[in-house]
Ligand binder design. Structure first.
Ligand code: 5AD
Ligand code: SF4
Length: 485
């Protein structure tokens, strides 16, 4: 989980046309400027693209500058306490802009809105509108209410909403890679996690709308899509009009992956997040079979100890997790694997922490997101277990996990030196526009000198020559067979 922030890019010309067509229908909203900032998981970033789409269809334009915006939205994350703290600090920064422009509407969207509901309006006087993740279609109406002088809240969760018919407006896009939400919510109830409460019940999106979105992206020049869900392996779609048929027409995640991969061999398909209890060999065989489904799996382990996993309600144990890793290595030998780890969960002993370190040695993850446990109000763990590991012990265990991971990440990259990699050029390297950057199949970041023959969005073959702790460095070789567009 990356806690970064983005702001909106100006929308494209074709969208401006749509806004003009709606003139008259939405008088008050026409030409008003929207600024949106996102925190938390990739799903939140994808949701902000839906929000932008809904508001642009209602006559809004977007801006990078919150000070000149009419509507300022902050799409929030509740996963750990510090994520919420960052949002509150950011809201304070909006205060002076609102003082200068009293007509400015400030809205809180996403998980924090859902968790705190109308309490947010009492706690943060600055906030005019509070909207949960399933209520974004109501935004134009809620903004109207604020215009009429009422502060507005809609935090209703839905069992059906998937925003399947809404074409997200790609924000801060490199024009090459994009996210596609394939499902919403989570039914797993891991005891530490607030997501089932903030994002509601799990529901899968119509697969044909997913394939259409992937095709539209490909036609617009995109070359990589990441299918997003809290637990993609439990994706499931039963065609309603064929309920009586004896043939099993259920679309599983493995089938969905193949449908998206079939859009075009030049479209790379990634996905996140896989759950160790649900990832099937069928999915692994689909990945192995299709050249354009990337050999990379994000498989959160959380802990390497079976007792802690049980307290976490993860519904698998250490042996099960290791067997799933063995299956990945057997079926997709070159697969990159990343994970999420929590240190200092309720009652975790030193020996149990050692089990986390030893499972890391077993898997040698390519990459990991690592966190100290943060108790979240309302979760099963908060109700059942004492948050009894002192903060300094959680942090010390986290430091141990982080330093082991640093070693493994470096090791995994060193293994890739001397080999060739198919890399999709995503843009210029952060450090210099004399270098391109892109990812290989296993999701490693690769940096290599610009070769005038190629453009952003092309595939090239890169020979890995050296690496830092996080990046593979190389040069383009035998390129003529791998041009993308
Ligand atoms: N404390 C710390 N980390 C958490 N995560 C989820 N809830 C918590 C929490 N209460 C981590 C898990 C999850 C990732 C998205 O965030 O590792 O996989
Ligand atoms: Fe939270 Fe577990 Fe669902 Fe992931 S699978 S969102 S950790 S409850």
């Amino acid at each position: 989980m990356i806690e970064t922030q983005i702001s909106l890019k100006e929308h494209d010309e074709s969208r401006q046309g749509e806004a003009l067509l709606l003139e008259g229908k939405h008088d008050r909203q026409n030409n008003r400027k929207l600024y949106i900032e996102s925190y938390g998981c990739q799903m939140n970033f994808a949701d902000s693209e839906i929000v932008a789409s809904i508001l642009m269809d209602n006559g809004f334009e977007t801006t990078h500058d919150y000070k000149s915006a009419d509507v300022v939205f902050i799409n929030t994350c509740s996963i750990r306490e510090n994520a919420e703290q960052r949002v509150r600090n950011r809201l304070k920064e909006f205060e002076s802009a609102k003082a200068k422009n009293p007509g400015m509407i400030v809205g809180v969207l996403g998980c924090m809105a859902e968790r705190l509901k109308s309490k947010f309006l009492e706690e943060e006087k600055l906030v005019d509108v509070v909207v949960g993740p399933d209520a974004y279609r109501d935004l134009p109406n809620l903004i109207n209410k604020v215009d009429d002088g009422t502060r507005a809240v809609n935090v209703l969760l839905s069992r059906e909403e998937t925003y399947a018919d809404i074409s997200p407006v790609r924000l801060n896009s490199n024009g090459v890679t994009a996210f596609i939400s394939i499902m919403r919510g989570c039914d797993n109830m891991c005891s530490f996690c607030v997501v089932p409460f903030t994002r509601g019940r799990e529901r899968s999106r119509d697969p044909y709308s997913i394939v259409k979105e992937a095709r539209d992206l490909f036609e617009a020049g995109y070359r990589e899509v990441t299918l997003l869900g809290q637990n993609v392996d439990s994706y499931k779609w039963d065609p309603k009009d064929e309920e009586t048929s004896s043939i099993d027409n259920t679309i599983t995640f493995a089938k969905l992956l193949e449908m998206v991969a079939a859009v075009n061999p030049l479209l790379r398909v990634r996905f996140s997040t896989s759950h160790p209890k649900d990832i099937t060999n069928e999915v692994l065989y689909s990945i192995a079979k299709h050249e354009n489904i990337c050999n990379y799996i994000h498989l959160p382990v959380q802990s390497g100890n079976s007792r802690v996993l049980e307290l976490m309600n993860r519904t698998y144990d250490r042996a099960w997790y290791m067997e799933r890793v063995d299956a990945i290595r057997r079926i997709i030998p070159t697969c990159g694997i990343s994970t999420d780890i929590i240190t200092g969960f309720c009652s975790e002993t030193e020996e149990e922490h050692q089990d986390t370190l030893s499972i890391m040695d077993y898997v040698q993850y390519d990459y990991a997101y690592m966190f100290a446990y943060s108790e979240r109000p309302g979760t099963l763990a908060a109700k059942r277990y004492a948050d009894d590991i002192p903060e300094e012990i959680k942090k010390r265990r986290l430091t141990e996990v982080v330093s082991k991971q640093r070693m493994h990440s470096h090791l995994r990259l060193k293994e890739q030196v001397g080999k060739t990699h198919k890399v999709l050029i995503e843009g210029y390297s952060k450090r210099s526009d004399k270098d391109y950057c892109g990812r290989n199949d296993q999701n490693a970041m690769v940096v290599f000198p610009v070769d005038q023959q190629f453009n952003i969005g092309d595939y090239v073959t890169v020979l890995g020559e050296s690496c830092t702790s996080a990046t593979l460095i190389g040069k383009i070789v035998n390129s003529e067979t791998t041009v993308g567009a």
